[in-house]
Write a protein that binds this ligand. Structure first.
Ligand SMILES: Cc1cc2nc3c(=O)[nH]c(=O)nc-3n(C[C@H](O)[C@H](O)[C@H](O)COP(=O)(O)OP(=O)(O)OC[C@H]3O[C@@H](n4cnc5c(N)ncnc54)[C@H](O)[C@@H]3O)c2cc1C
Length: 463
């Protein structure tokens, strides 16, 4: 500004030109083809996928994230927050060059999964023999760090068109009401940016979703998830993910190392409050009890389940071993690794509007029982990137409404059955009402006996 005033005093003719030029530069610096608002795991991956796409690499992309850039030094101690990542998500990371950073540090492959009902003998197992590496357990901060590493080197490139802005707390959004308009983003410090396409990746409490005014179906479960890093009593090959549905909610153990597993225990809010505050030894007892305790059983359910097992065996359908493997005994918990998270359901009727699209938890939120939440977000990333690429290749405008509607249609075909299916599963297993326990037990036994059906389920979950 001072520089401008000086010029104005020296030369009146030049003044007008320079002032105009200055304003133009300012405006174009703040205009981007695409702004990704929210740099969590999903938003950061979106920015990286756009930045690495050869057809889109001339497009100006800006990532805005409210927290400071993560300076995560991965320590010996495992982080309390981990995610089960599907092979498709790993493929996406590989294609973006981020998986190698994870490989260099650590991850745990899951070769077997055992899920069983606390109220009956019903169980299902998915084995490595049938499906190579069912999932991978990776710490959330390692995922983020690996993506940010790639993003940083991309942004540092000479002709980079990608910009990263951390500590950028977004205050408000003005969204276009027609195909002509641009989206405007205002930060808390008053800085504004505009863009042709705003991608909302600002999580379950998305402000962009609110600004869009779309219908959002959501509720909180009366449950909270306790997470912690647990020490196994025995050093053992630890490649199985265990999940038991107790009457209060599912408890899961995810492998980390031969001596460590990660706990995700969803239980009533009241229980979670109590359990999370127990002294370490009592906490460990509570975890072991949740895995091994006999809950009250119904005689009819037990008899009919046994009858079904006998019948399947006679029919020679039951090829599977019905002997239940036991989860490892827990002997300790990492100091300070316990944390409690609310769990809820959310789904937007519309993911898009003129010049704006939602991805990740901003568009859909699920119970952690199926380990699908962030994987659905990564699928949104892959799909939206592909559609933007196609649009640009055809010479269409980036925020083109037809393109966005196509994204919404295709992602909802994938997401809607999954999010409502997970909610139905949660409801089915949250009851001890005998007829429902019977239905779910017989259903689980039947599926367990049918390798083809299991294969289809697993294929669906891994996509
Ligand atoms: C206990 C638990 C276990 C889970 N386990 C799994 C699992 O095993 N597998 C799985 O697939 N999923 C799992 N999930 C779900 C998964 O954690 C979420 O789906 C995922 O974190 C969502 O990522 P996101 O990037 O969409 O949103 P978020 O992680 O919420 O990121 C949103 C980002 O936007 C930023 N932001 C928000 N508002 C603003 C603003 N106004 N200005 C600037 N920045 C802003 C935030 O700082 C944040 O970085 C689990 C969830 C829980 C609770």
């Amino acid at each position: 500004m001072i520089r401008l005033t000086k010029i104005i005093k020296i030369n009146n003719t030049k003044k007008y030109f320079i002032l105009k030029h200055f304003c133009h530069t300012e405006a174009s610096n703040n205009h981007h083809d695409i702004i990704v608002a929210g740099g969590g795991m999903v938003g950061s991956t979106m920015a990286l996928a756009l930045g690495k796409n050869s057809i889109l690499n001339s497009k100006k992309v800006l990532l805005l994230e409210g927290r400071p850039q993560s300076k995560i030094a991965i320590s010996e101690t495992y982080s309390k927050r981990v995610s089960a990542i599907t092979p498709s998500s790993v493929e996406l990371f590989e294609s973006l060059g981020a998986w190698k950073h994870i490989q260099q540090v650590r991850y745990a492959p899951v070769n077997c999964m055992q899920v069983w009902d606390g109220c009956s003998d019903a169980q299902i197992t998915f084995n490595h023999d049938d499906f190579e590496n069912l999932a991978y357990i990776v710490e959330n901060n390692l995922i983020l760090q690996s993506i940010e590493k790639e993003l940083a080197s991309l942004a540092a490139g000479d002709n980079s068109s990608i910009k990263l802005f951390y500590g950028a707390k977004i205050k408000s959004y003005d969204l276009p009401t027609s195909k002509e308009g641009v989206a405007k983003v205002t930060l808390e410090d008053g800085t504004t940016f505009t863009c042709d396409l705003l991608i909302g990746a600002d999580g379950a409490n998305s402000r962009i979703r609110n600004a869009m005014g779309v219908h959002y179906v959501h509720w909180n479960y009366d449950q909270r998830s306790i997470v912690a890093t647990l020490h196994l009593a025995d050093d053992m090959p630890n490649t199985t993910a265990w999940q038991r549905f107790t009457p209060d909610g599912p408890i899961a153990l995810l492998p980390l190392t031969s001596k460590l597993s990660s706990l995700v225990w969803s239980t009533t809010s009241e229980n979670a409050r109590k359990i999370s505050k127990l002294p370490n030894d009592q906490f460990v007892d509570a975890v072991n009890e949740a895995f091994f305790k006999q809950f009250p059983r119904d005689q009819l359910v037990d008899n009919l389940s046994k009858g079904m097992t006998d019948l399947l065996t006679k029919l020679n359908v039951n090829q599977n071993n019905n002997v239940r493997q036991l989860p490892p005994q827990i002997e300790g918990v990492d100091e300070g690794s316990r944390a409690v998270f609310p769990v809820g359901f959310g789904h937007c009727s519309n993911y898009v509007n003129h010049g704006v699209a939602l991805i990740g938890d901003a568009a859909h939120r699920v119970h952690p029982l199926a380990g699908q939440g962030v994987n659905l977000g990564f699928q949104d990333v892959a799909l939206l990137t592909k559609l933007i690429e196609e649009a640009v290749y055809r010479g269409s405008k980036i925020g083109n409404f037809a393109l966005l509607k196509e994204y919404e249609r295709k992602s909802q075909i994938n997401n809607v059955p999954t999010v409502f299916g997970i909610d139905a599963l949660h409801k089915l297993y949250s009851t001890t009402f005998m007829p429902l326990v019977l239905v779910r037990s017989l259903g689980l036994q039947a599926v367990h006996s049918l390798p083809l059906v299991k294969k289809l389920i697993m294929k669906y979950a891994q996509r």
